[in-house]
Design a protein around this ligand. Structure first.
Ligand code: G6P
Length: 605
């Protein structure tokens, strides 16, 4: 999704903006641009395609001397990707420039009004109405003009605004789109997220919905839409630049796959004390709830599917899962006896936020499992448990997903204990298995070379199936999504027992079926399905527990993962599937970290 950045200080703005845009690339985009205040005018540079193209143009041109500017990576919503539709946008009189992430829902009406008044629009974007409104309302007072303009907007926005008459001054405002202020020494910033700023500062202020900031090189003032000052506290980021860089890996995705043992350790270890799960600050009375609903999008939803089985097994409370994009528009039944668990790596996914709001309006209590501290979902929920996965840059989530599963599992053990529904032996057994999970993940990563070989063997397939039962099936959903996302190969996850109801018709000689057989209780059942597809000529790549050697006589290729507690298996069995997707995409020459059409953080519907 779009990323924005702004800088005001003493050094040249353009290089700061361009390097910030490079770091925002992971969010997904199709064009980019910057605007800088130079010698009494605002100059813009834009490019369709990669930030590198923009950097090349800047190198050829270099007419952008100035110490205050704004930048943008655009993920097209209104109007195709093009130089004209790329941000920044400028007012007709060249007085204002703006960058925007979000969607202005009443833009058509404002656009018509302005056209009737003689304004000429250059682009097809919703954003351009904001900058033309700024021109319309300008009365010599920058702040008044911004506030009056914002009062006309409906929808979501994180905006950064510059005015030719006010050198060195930026305005930033937020409504339902992420935005932070970065505090430097003699320089200040705004950005969609901290990755854009971490090489300059680790001190930030999180802007909330309805807040506006005036940013100068030596001061920051924050106020509400009525112009009343708002007191904010500073936050210090603990991770460093290296965490947002590739550290010698060819891709962020591989780096993040390899980081999983550490991410799991960081998520689990601080929450286990003397053999007990300690979820500090989680002040939930579990006896108040007779149903749990887990809602999320994408991989976070798949983590929720694992969570459903684990929580239901241990807590004996009915648990449902639903895609946030579906739930938000359904006339669903929910009340204060429902606990809703919202799962999100970014904490900014628009559909997940909307579903959260719908659930809260019906009286449910919301527990969020989120990776990004201070994100919208973390703020909107009643309770939060953070996954401590560190920054995740690759669009396809890996460590974000496994840490979500770890947190859901810890929550399940914690809640079952509160409800008195877990025997002390099972409690200790699960906690000790959980503590060993980082080591199990590390050992699973030893499959790296073997998975690469298999990826080489199978990378030219046009379509394949993932089959499994129960927890294995949840991992199939995630494994199949990983492959689709980054290699563009069609794949489908099928509950193995459903094969006979449709998919088996598509099994033909040479078709690859990835069979997950880590669910020991159902091993024989899945093996029957393997035999059915093999009888029709399929090739089977099986993933099974290392304790289970029987699989060798059933499948064409086998990947063995370390044994663990049956409810923790999803954390290890997904790792070879992540690696498989990664290597297949690599052999097919795909842009692994930035797959086409996808965005890391889906902040619009
Ligand atoms: C996008 C990402 C996925 C992610 C999904 C939900 O589609 O590419 O990796 O699972 O959004 O994002 P969230 O930040 O809410 O977990």
């Amino acid at each position: 999704m779009c990323g924005i950045i702004g800088f005001t200080g003493a050094s040249q703005a353009a290089p700061v903006l361009l390097s910030g845009l490079k770091r925002l690339e992971y969010r997904g985009y199709d064009s980019a641009g910057i605007a800088v205040q130079c010698e009494g005018e605002i100059r813009m540079l834009k490019a369709t395609g990669k930030v590198d193209t923009l950097i090349e143009r800047y190198g050829q041109d270099r007419q952008m001397n100035g110490v205050c500017g704004i930048g943008h990576t655009r993920w097209a919503t209104h109007g195709a990707p093009s130089d004209i539709n790329a941000h920044p946008h400028m007012s007709m009189d060249g007085l204002f420039a703006i960058v925007h992430n979000g969607i202005i829902e009443n833009y058509a009406q404002i656009r018509k009004e302005l056209i009737d008044e003689g304004v000429k629009f250059l682009s097809e974007t919703d954003t351009e109405v904001i900058v033309q409104l700024l021109m319309k309302y300008y009365d010599g007072n920058f702040q008044n003009t911004v506030l009056k303009t914002l009062s006309r907007l409906e929808g979501s926005y994180a905006v950064g605004i510059m005015c030719r008459d006010f050198p060195g001054v930026l305005y930033a405002a937020r409504e339902a789109s992420p935005l932070i202020i970065g505090l430097g020494a003699g320089e200040n910033f705004f950005a969609s997220d901290i990755t854009a700023l971490v090489s300059h500062t680790k001190n930030v202020i999180d802007l909330d919905d309805g807040e506006v900031a005036e940013i100068r090189s030596d001061s920051i003032s924050i106020f509400d839409h009525a112009g009343r000052p708002v007191e904010k506290t500073e936050r210090h980021i603990t991770w460093d630049v290296a965490a947002a860089e590739k550290n010698g890996y060819e891709h962020f995705m591989l780096k993040e796959i390899m980081e999983q043992p550490n991410a799991l350790k960081a998520t689990i270890d601080p929450r286990v004390r003397d053999g007990r799960i300690v979820l500090d600050d989680l002040d939930l009375d579990m006896s108040c709830y007779d149903r749990i609903m887990i809602t999320a999008c994408g991989s976070a939803y798949h983590a929720g599917c694992v969570g459903r089985s684990v929580i239901e097994t241990l807590c004996r409370i009915p648990v449902e899962t639903e895609l946030a994009s579906e739930l938000r528009y359904r006339d669903f039944v929910m009340d204060e006896k429902n606990l809703v668990i919202v799962v999100s790596q970014s904490g900014e996914t628009a559909d997940t936020i909307a579903a959260l709001r719908e659930c809260r309006s019906r009286g449910a209590t919301v527990l969020a499992i989120v990776n990004v501290v201070g994100s919208s979902i973390a703020k909107l929920a009643d309770h939060v448990i953070y996954t401590w996965a560190g920054p995740e840059i690759a669009v396809a989530t890996t460590k974000g997903y496994t840490t979500q599963v770890a947190v859901l599992t810890m929550f399940a053990i914690w809640a079952a204990d509160r409800l008195g529904r877990i025997e002390p032996e099972e409690y200790s057994e699960m906690v000790s298995a959980l503590m060993k999970i980082p080591e199990r993940a590390q050992r699973t990563l030893d499959l790296n070379a073997r998975v690469r070989k298999l990826a080489k063997k199978y990378h030219d397939r046009k379509s394949l199936f993932f089959i499994g039962r129960n927890l294995d099936y949840s991992s199939c959903l995630e494994g199949s999504l990983k492959l689709k996302e980054i290699s563009y190969i069609h794949s489908e996850a099928y509950a193995a027992g459903e094969l006979k109801h449709g998919t088996i018709a598509l099994i033909e000689p040479g078709r690859l079926v990835v069979a997950l057989c880590c669910c020991e209780r159902l091993f024989d059942k899945t093996v029957s399905n393997i035999q059915q597809v093999k009888a029709r000529g399929a090739k089977v790549l099986a993933v099974a527990l290392e304790s289970n050697r029987r699989i060798f006589s059933e499948a064409d290729d086998v990947l063995l993962v370390p044994s663990t507690h049956r409810l923790l298996v999803p954390i290890v069995e997904i790792i070879p599937l992540q690696l498989f997707a990664y290597f297949v995409a690599g052999f097919n020459g795909c842009d692994i970290d930035k797959p086409k059409n996808l965005a890391k953080s889906v902040t619009v519907e």
